[in-house]
Design a protein around this ligand. Structure first.
Ligand code: FES
Length: 148
């Protein structure tokens, strides 16, 4: 189950940035670009800096600080497994290892830290869908678009 995103182009990115008028503009601009294209293209750093009148270093700093912001296109399947303390206490490390071993090699399986779902750990997110008490079976079901 993949997410629909638009192909990257400077013109499309400029249209996205023209609509950014919320507070916290650098992060909002980068989130808007990622929402539109699925990632933040390297050329977008200069566009955002120019649009918001900040340095490229400022934009790059925000882009590389937040792990939710991507600088490359996402894999068709993106699985994130929480390795926060509460999730580790209920088997998240084993879930991460098993998921990396059992899911397709081109699936993107990565770790995150606390998604605010601690009481229902281990927590996983599959293409934006939050799973509580996650197992390899429930992650696989979510990857396949089946009920978990
Ligand atoms: S520690 Fe995993 S959701 Fe909080």
């Amino acid at each position: 189950m993949s997410r629909a995103v638009a192909p990257w182009s400077i013109e499309a990115a400029q249209r996205v940035l023209a609509q950014v008028d919320e507070p916290g503009p650098v992060l909002v601009a980068l989130q808007s670009l990622q929402s539109q294209f699925g990632y933040v293209h390297a050329d977008a750093v200069a566009l955002v800096a120019e649009r918001l009148n900040v340095s490229r270093a400022d934009v790059y700093g925000v882009l590389t600080f937040y792990s939710d912001l991507r600088t490359t296109p996402a894999a068709e399947v993106e699985v994130r497994i929480c390795l926060g303390e509460a999730c580790q206490a209920v088997g998240a490390r084993a879930l991460l290892a098993d998921a990396r071993e059992q899911l397709a090699p081109d699936d993107d399986v990565s770790r995150v830290f606390c998604m605010g779902n601690c009481a229902l750990g281990p927590t996983a997110v599959v293409n934006g869908r939050l799973l509580g008490r996650a197992s390899v079976a429930s992650v696989r079901a979510a990857v396949d678009g089946r009920p978990t």
